[in-house]
Design a protein around this ligand. Structure first.
Ligand code: P6P
Length: 350
């Protein structure tokens, strides 16, 4: 049947088509729908943050050692509640929580969902782009994890950590929702990358970009150059090369908003490189393998790009249990799960 130019495809309709095609099962369809519902609610909270007194800090420090913003706490609750009420998730791991938790309400599917409910929340008070990031795995009790802190975790917690600590290559689905001049839900289920824009007219995510491919060459680089003096010499030379006008007379352009989802989405569509290298202050870098690097690397590979720690393909890296259950002091010191695109090391690689 010829497609009418007025025919729109919503995220719900797209997910049902993937289910009918056997790409995903009914349980995963429900989990992804519950995530899109959480993102719609968070979009509304973010857009009204200033009006409903949701800007500013909560007054607590999260397990990452970061000042929790009010919206961090609320977004985490929204995301967790939507996943629990789906009844299809077995374990959920939030970047805002200390350890992954088993979901009592699950009665089928048992999917493992890792998520950062509101990345870049330090930008909220200035209304700069923020985003939610998620990744979904199948249960995997066989995952081998170096369990050197059994005495600190109960058997149930250990099971949760083992299931969450899977390499990104095991991801079934990953995506993010960017809260910016428009609200854009980007998803991959292993068959390309698709973008859906929230139509405020009727509160549905509408398909706006099919099978996104990152341009082969880009002219934008995105790093926090405020860390330049703390980088190693090789990286400094790379940065200097990017600034060299070269024969074309045009150097790369620098773009950095300090919000991973916004910087990543621009790089995905316009091309170029985004990185958060280690430095002398954060020897293991800042971005988290489980909640940020692995899901984003799955997406960018599906779009024809690469995700690397400068030595290894990110999706090949086996997270350690510290990635999922580090204590606050380990994470503040840059141990545990603090990782980044350009110098990410797993315990096993070392
Ligand atoms: P810096 C936000 O806290 C975040 O994790 C990413 O969203 C962002 O890319 C990065 O940190 C910004 O870190 O050190 O440049 O402010």
């Amino acid at each position: 049947r010829a497609k009418s130019k007025f025919e729109i495809q919503t995220l719900t309709g797209w997910l049902l088509k993937q289910e009918q095609a056997g790409v995903i099962d009914a349980e995963l369809t429900i989990v992804l729908s519950s995530i899109s519902m959480a993102c719609k609610q968070i979009a509304s909270l973010v857009q009204r943050a200033g009006i409903s007194n949701l800007t500013g800090i909560q007054g607590a420090v999260n397990v990452q050692g970061e000042d929790q913003k009010k919206l961090d706490v609320v977004s985490n609750e929204v995301f967790s509640n939507c996943l629990r009420s789906s009844g299809r998730t077995g374990i959920i791991a939030s970047e805002e929580e200390d350890v992954p938790v088993a979901v009592e309400e699950s009665y089928s599917g048992n999917y493992i969902v890792v998520f950062d409910p509101l990345d870049g929340s330090s930008n909220i008070d200035a209304a700069v782009s923020t985003g939610s990031i998620f990744g979904i795995y199948s249960p995997n009790d066989e995952c081998i994890v170096d369990s050197d802190n059994e005495d600190e975790l109960s058997a149930e917690e250990q099971r949760c950590v083992v299931n969450v600590c899977q390499p990104g290559d095991n991801l079934l689905a990953a995506g993010y929702c960017m809260y910016s001049s428009s609200v854009i839900f980007v998803i991959t289920i292993g068959k390309g990358v698709y973008a859906f824009t929230l139509d405020p007219m009727y509160g549905e995510f509408v398909l706006t970009q099919e099978d996104i491919k990152i341009p082969k060459a880009g002219k934008i680089y995105s790093f926090n150059e405020g860390n330049y003096k703390m980088w190693d010499d090789k990286l400094k030379k790379y940065m200097d090369d990017l600034k060299d006008p070269g024969p074309s007379g045009k150097p790369y352009s620098a773009r950095y908003i300090g919000s991973l989802v916004g910087d990543f989405h621009r790089t995905l569509l316009y091309g170029g490189i985004y990185g958060y290298p280690r430095d002398s202050k954060s020897k293991n870098g800042k971005l988290r393998l489980l909640y940020e690097c692995a899901p984003m690397s799955f997406i960018v590979e599906q779009a024809g790009g690469k995700g690397s720690d400068g030595h290894n393909r990110i999706l090949d890296i086996q997270p350690t249990e510290e990635e999922a259950a580090a204590t606050a002091e380990e994470r503040i010191s840059g141990g545990g799960n603090l990782r980044n695109f350009c110098d990410l090391r797993s315990k096993f690689a070392e």
